[in-house]
Design a protein around this ligand. Structure first.
Ligand code: NAD
Ligand code: IPM
Ligand code: MN
Length: 352
């Protein structure tokens, strides 16, 4: 099992270090880790945020563990050289079109959520976010408008085939968890969303055991906070999924808790290829201070073991260890606690 470890920028290397310690602690036979440069770190070293050798390393691995990219010193660069292009490039090049972002309040950990106890306790949802289309990957530019001022523009689109393949992932996920799927769009305003909604509805006939409903994204944002119990699996486009998943993380308690899996159709000798990363970014405001919560990245390792290697027991062991650490009040600053990154890593390892 070859794993490409791409730690990236800011807190990326800090949280990835702890996740790698957890992974190595399992002593899985045949596991090999390779490290590659990505993001601003790669730009500073090689002049590009996603060097060819990093892309090759990722491609030749069975799975990728990704930290985070983003470096304020790169914000003035031409867009194709900015750190964020590395993660976008990996998703696109590796055809990782399905991003799974689970958000769950664990039993007994409702106090971590800013929501009322009974509202928080019902929060257990999976956001299935389309990851290689939408306004993220359309043509874009800055042009001169009629009054001579700059005008930015970005093309939003979804084709039926793009929607169909993400809908399939979402319907199957819903079959495995209660049989309820909510598709989130903005079909009252956007043609992109009309095609999205029509296509999802068309797919529904193939999954008679799944109850499908549709919700506009503005309402969905409000409903996640006020009545999360109604949601099980949500499927949505790239931009809406980005926003709703940060929102869901805050409802759980912190963005430092939410892992993700980015999957495509590629099978490997060991299972299914995937890229695993926390949903948060490089957090420049706390980088280098040993304060970042590594739990989201540690939980991303659990998702890797489950989705890419079929190692469900090991995945569950990691999740239980994190849950126990949280229950034992091992809290980083993001949860109002005082534990630093490596102390949280130590605590998870002890419970593992
Ligand atoms: P961010 O997720 O990096 O940080 C948002 C807030 O949450 C900050 O206050 C930060 O300190 C806090 N936070 C995030 N992760 C945390 C953790 N593990 N523990 C404790 N606190 C944590 O979002 P941002 O500030 O909007 O973006 C910073 C940079 O990261 C930008 O360059 C952005 O483009 C990039 N970014 C990258 C990814 C990625 O690599 N997949 C994801 C999101 C943002
Ligand atoms: C995420 C991030 C990325 C996204 C950025 C860094 C390109 O916010 O993974 O959630 O928007 O997808
Ligand atoms: Mn995001």
């Amino acid at each position: 099992m070859k794993i490409a470890v791409l730690a990236g920028d800011g807190i990326g290397p800090e949280v990835t270090r702890e996740a790698v310690r957890v992974l190595e602690n399992l002593e899985l036979p045949g596991l090999t880790l390779f490290e590659g440069d990505v993001g601003g770190a790669a730009y500073h070293r090689h002049g590009h945020p996603l060097p060819a050798e990093t892309l090759t390393m990722a491609r030749e691995a069975d799975a990728v563990l990704f930290g985070a990219v983003g470096d304020p010193s790169c914000d003035g660069l031409e867009r194709h050289l900015r750190p964020e292009q590395a993660v976008l490039g990996l998703r696109k090049e590796l055809e990782l079109f399905a991003n799974l972002r689970p958000a769950k309040v664990f039993l007994g950990l409702e106090h971590l959520s800013p929501l009322k106890h009974d509202v928080a306790s019902a929060l257990d949802l999976l956001i299935v976010r389309e990851l290689t289309g939408d306004v993220y990957f359309g043509d874009k530019g800055i042009r001169e408008s009629d009054d001579g001022a700059r005008e930015g523009w970005d093309m939003m689109s979804y084709s039926e085939s793009e929607v169909r393949r993400i809908a399939e992932v979402a319907f199957k996920a819903a079959q495995g968890s209660g049989g309820k799927l909510t598709s989130v769009d903005k079909a009252n305003v956007l043609e992109t969303s009309q095609v999205w909604r029509d296509t999802v509805m068309g797919e529904a006939a193939r999954y008679p055991d799944v109850t499908l409903d549709h919700m506009y994204v503005d309402n969905a944002a409000m409903q996640i906070i006020s009545n999360p119990a109604q949601f099980s699996v949500m499927v949505t486009g790239n931009l809406f999924g980005d926003i709703l998943s940060d929102l869901a993380s805050a409802a759980v308690g912190s963005i430092g808790l939410l892992p993700s899996a980015s999957m495509g159709a590629r099978e490997t000798a060991h299972g299914t290829y995937g890229l695993y990363e926390p949903i948060h970014g490089s957090a420049p405001d706390i980088a280098g201070q040993g304060k970042a919560n590594p739990m989201a990245t540690i939980l991303s390792v659990a998702m890797m073991l489950r989705h890419s290697f079929g190692k469900n027991d090991e995945a569950a062991r990691i999740e239980t260890a994190v849950e126990k650490a949280l229950a034992d009040r091992i809290h980083g600053g993001d949860l109002g606690g005082t534990h630093g990154t490596s102390a949280i890593g130590d605590a998870v390892l002890e419970r593992l």
